[in-house]
Design a protein around this ligand. Structure first.
Ligand code: AHR
Length: 502
């Protein structure tokens, strides 16, 4: 290895596995908030619209991201939403005040449009039921509307709306962030647990095949975290399959070193909740297991606008992403791989315009910096996650103490005989020479190396300069004796795709 500058070593062993990688870790979230649905997914006046009013450019970008599951319709919006408003003939659908975002909801896009949208982009739908102003009857009826065979009044509404066959929606959220005082119809943990358990019961009676996601804490800074999670799990354990967690990363204090070590925060949150799940399973002497659904995650702090001034689809929280945000997103995806033993679902919040990697302006579409790490990981991570051993120099951070300069995850798919190593170099100034060493079975070739990098943490893409931060493809090449040496530039995310394991 070259001896100039700092160096690091990444050791991999195909037998040191973590767990199978759930494809649902590459999900997204679409809320009736700002211009996510109207002007994002659905934009009938646009030259980009297909015959249903769905933007073709956004569909193509979501397919490029490999969005595997799409959560809908909220978010805070969910807690005031009555799904019957959004089905049936469009001209009869009511205009309503959406109290969550102080916007006007036209209901031109609802459950059937959402399910058609998911089908078009090849994503599994994840629907939420309103446990704020909604009733448990309304929750059960939505399952009936979507999943029951024809022959009852509610299922026949679906048939009348043009969908004779049940949709078979599998993933269902029991409300949204019900721990938050900002939530319409916020409840304390006990009251929520009782309501969620009863809703779950009814929903499962309509369709026993569904998977249910319980509201966990909306943030680690909530005073009730993680006690809320303990209480609701204790009441609902047998009725649910997933506990939801949410988190939005921030860099308000402009402390890039700490911000670039955000994986420490993400891992800690997973650790706490994974421990709680094990505790609860032991305490309840249960054979049932509950996994984690990180169904809202993203960077969100530069534009927190949330008051729509009673406009239709006002621009809200149209965050602009830069290089450091993209490197935080890359680490988040690495954490999903490293913790796929307990994390099975994750939804990037949100997918377009509102806190999103995609922004529309007129008929144009911008891919922001955070779009790329998502694509780089969703395309290459498959099979099982491997547990990498990383020996790297450390960097001192105010928020998390000393942290390694490299953040690493890895995967191997036996069926395609392809592997991948995902490496963030957190250094703001130093290139780092890294040796990747495979023990035992090792790849013979790097099929490709893809890198996202830049020289300034604030560098961003814009409609005028859309290619400021885009990945570059570097040549692959042979790997000799299970060892590959790479030069990792500062502020970079590199994916090494490998093949030909022997
Ligand atoms: O994604 C934006 C909002 O953030 C969601 O509506 C809410 O669940 C969270 O607080």
């Amino acid at each position: 290895m070259p001896t100039t500058g700092p160096s690091a070593r990444i050791s991999l062993d195909n037998e040191r596995t973590i767990a199978p990688i759930s494809p649902l870790l590459f999900g997204g979230f679409a809320e009736h908030m700002g211009r996510c649905v109207y002007g994002g997914l659905y934009d009938p006046g646009s030259a980009q619209a297909d015959e249903r009013g769905f933007r073709r450019d956004v569909q193509a970008a979501l397919r490029e991201m490999g969005i595997s599951v799409l959560r809908y319709p909220g978010g805070n919006f969910l807690s005031g939403y009555h799904w019957r408003d959004g089905v049936g003939p469009r001209e009869q659908r009511p205009r309503r005040r959406d109290l969550a975002w102080q916007s006007i909801e036209t209901n031109q896009f609802g459950t059937d449009e959402f399910l058609a949208y998911c089908k078009t982009i090849g994503a599994a739908p994840m629907l939420g039921v309103n446990l704020g102003t909604g009733t448990i009857e309304e929750a059960g009826a939505l399952v009936e509307y979507c999943n029951a065979p024809s022959g009852t009044a509610t299922a026949d509404m679906r048939v009348a709306n043009g969908h004779p066959e049940p949709y078979g929606v599998r993933y269902w959220c029991l409300g949204n962030e019900m721990d938050g005082p900002w939530q319409i119809g916020h409840l304390d943990a006990h009251a929520y647990a009782v309501k969620a358990r009863e809703a779950a019961k009814i929903m499962r009676w309509h369709d026993p095949a569904i998977k249910l996601i319980l509201c966990g804490s909306s943030h680690t800074e909530m005073p009730s975290y993680p006690e809320w999670d303990r209480v609701v799990l204790e009441h609902c354990w047998d009725q649910v399959d997933y506990l939801a967690l949410h988190y939005y990363a921030t860099n308000y204090d402009n402390d890039t070193a700490s911000y670039l070590a955000s994986a420490a925060q993400f891992e800690r949150q997973v650790d706490t909740l994974a421990g709680l799940l094990r505790f609860m399973q032991g305490r309840l002497r249960s054979r049932h297991s509950v996994k984690l659904s990180w169904d809202e995650w993203n960077v969100w702090y530069k534009d927190r606008s949330g008051r729509g001034n009673w406009q239709e689809a006002p621009p809200l929280s149209e965050e602009q992403y830069n290089l450091e945000d993209a490197l935080v997103v890359a680490q988040w995806l690495n954490v999903f791989l490293r913790r796929c033993d307990v994390l099975e679902i994750a939804c990037l919040a949100q997918v377009v315009n509102t806190i999103a990697p995609l922004t529309t302006r007129g008929d144009a579409l911008l891919r922001q910096t955070t779009f790329y790490p998502f694509v780089m990981v969703s395309r290459h991570a498959a099979g099982v996650a491997l547990s990498p051993l990383v020996a790297a120099p450390e960097l001192e951070t105010a928020r998390y103490g000393p942290q390694p300069l490299l953040d690493v995850a890895a995967s191997y798919a036996a069926d395609s005989d392809r592997g991948a190593v995902f490496i963030v170099n957190r250094s703001q100034s130093e290139p780092l020479t890294a040796e990747i060493a495979w023990r035992g079975v090792a790849p013979q070739r790097a099929s490709t190396i893809i890198r996202l990098a830049g020289s300034h943490v604030r560098a961003a893409n814009s409609f005028e300069q859309p290619d400021t931060i885009v990945p570059r493809q570097l040549p692959g090449g042979p790997i000799h004796d299970g060892r590959l040496t790479l030069e990792l530039p500062p502020l970079s995310f590199t994916v090494v795709a490998t093949e030909g394991y022997r």
